[in-house]
Ligand binder design. Sequence first.
Ligand code: T1G
Length: 700
Amino acid sequence: MTSPVSYELVDDIGVISIDNPPVNALSQAVRQGIHDAIAAAQQDASKAVLIICDGRTFIAGADITEFGKPPQEPYLPDLCNTIEDSSKLVVAAIHGTALGGGLEVAMSSHYRCAVSGAKVGLPEVKLGLLPGAGGTQRLPRLAGATAALDIMTGGNPIDMEKAATLGIIDHIADGKLREAALAWCRELVQKDAGRRKTRELPVATVADGVLAEYRSTLAKRARGQIAPQKIVDCVEAALTRPFAEGLRIEREKFLECMQSPQSAALRHMFFAEREAAKVRGLSKDTPQRDVNKVGVIGAGTMGSGIAMNFANAGMQVVLLEVNDEALGKGLSIIDRNYQGGVKRGKMSAEHALACRGRISGTTDYESLSDADLVIEAVFENLEIKQEVFATLDAICRQGAILATNTSYQDVDRIAAATTRPQDVIGLHFFSPAHIMKLLEVVRASKTADDVLATCMALAKKIRKTPVVSGVCYGFIGNRMLGHYGREAQLCVIEGATPEQLDGAMEEWGMAMGPLAVFDLAGLDVGYKARQGLPESERGDPRASRVADALVEMNRLGQKTGAGFYRYDPETRRRSSDPEVQALIEREAAALGVERREIDAGEIVDRLLFALVNEGMNILDEGIAQRPGDIDVVYVYGYGFPAWRGGPMHYADAVGLAHVLERVREFEQRFGSENWTPAPLLEKLVATGNTLAEWAKSSSK
Ligand code: T1G
């Protein structure tokens, strides 16, 4: 097999070229190739060595697919030291995104040049890791400890302007990178620049207390996560120990991270997100329909946010409402959202203006006649949605994609309101729609393959993370949420206070406790959804008693300043409300429930295993393609901590036998209505398989 690394002399410069698509990851073959090329350069007539990559980017990191397998030499930290110890001056030439081990290779080179649009970063922390090839020791020497801490604990790439200012990049190359880099190499040789070993650079000291301050900030910002704190330990070593000692400490802490369940979870999420974008049985060559003009029906919070997503991606958007007043409200929501984005530094004022300029308003359905895609985001009522789709059927051009943003309704029944069910699909956005990454793409029974392929590609274009769902009540996320919410509210009826309930889940790692989430979404949302269902389908009536009582008291949550909690009008900070506790106790008494102490362990297991059990049924029914898809839904749509890997990965991590044992215990204690063990869960435990193994076998 030919090596992905080639080496050639170009006049007096030895050029190491790496060609390992798609991102030039540092596989064993790449590491071996670089190693051998550096060795060759020590003996030949080269005056300097250039490391450069083919394809779309410089090395984007270690090869994550090798993690968890026995490590193979040459190990990356050793390779970086070999580069740095080269007797020939070594230059790294960067384009695209030099990330992780890629930037570490570049930092162990003596100089670095890059094209102006490139980016560099150390995103290991997003995989529950830390830079393990000298990055924690070399970056502080190039950029200073504070900047290094920001880059490594944040994990986000920085642009060339900042990288050059910090001293990470020495030269911005104009024109074609290869030619410019070769010329710059010759310049360095001619002026006898010398081999500047990063390890020999001093690390500027930091004021007392900076590291301690950083640690306490991370304890809040990255609550429960181990890699960020270990990064601070490594930077402390860079500041206080000799380089070799710092490398040893980095290695020790890198291995601790690599072996942690948190890193396994985050690596799972990395691949699960990419896997979710692939639809089983849908060929990569499925033709896609052109989408340039998008219509959005309904200028409420959701419709306005949805409109922004497409405008931000460069498409023309027509936002339709029933009258000028409602339309005006929607457009002002959009204006406020853009102003907020600019204020928070998410986008420039110019960019916001350009995007806003792509959105026009109308009250006339005829304006949608030439739209390529129309997304309905009207009131969550099946009949109203069916009327809208019948109108679209009469007005929209042939081939237009007709999508519904419904959270629950039957997309097949909406499609049946048209003469073109093959053009109908669900695009379920999550509030706030212009911010939340998750997009549930609901494939109805007659949805055409090219409509599905077009929407999956559009999701990426509007920077959403798509997950395909089949048609069922609540699709993947909200169907599982119903069970999670039921257990949350039953725990409150049975004895937990709202603070104990939410506190237990937030301590476990949820971004927000369930009751705080319900207050944020609005208690009336669930209330109306339940009213829209026949009695028999509303689930355990005890579970919604408190929430329904709060709605009837017009305590809808944050939007009315009070729900399960009271909210400060300025800061929106939540506080307990004795009135709610009294209401809970009244409802419990009315139900004849004798309240009791409920410990955090029971709360966590009841809520999470309710999610897992229903997730198993969703997989068994083929509503979700794979367990990882469900994990993506919960991490990107419901604030599930990525470092726990999503509910299904978490079930494998704690062990399916344990999950089943607890589900059976809950069935005994609380009844089969809410706790019938999912057949798939029982089957996997009986056969001793994990969900991951089941997913692999069922994807064949
Ligand atoms: N290893 C293996 N495969 C990778 C990969 C990697 N590092 N990065 C991407 N891929 C695959 C990905 O799975 C997908 O495969 C394809 O490339 C395109 O990726 C020692 C230990 C570079 C910004 O964390 O952030 O170095 O689905 O869809 O949107 O200190 O990929 O096509 O089969 O994401 O254009 C550190 C991770 C590793 C960078 C490009 N590096 N990658 O984004 O394409 S740890 C990272 C990314 C490390 C050292 C430590 C992005 C990207 P498939 P994609 P993209």
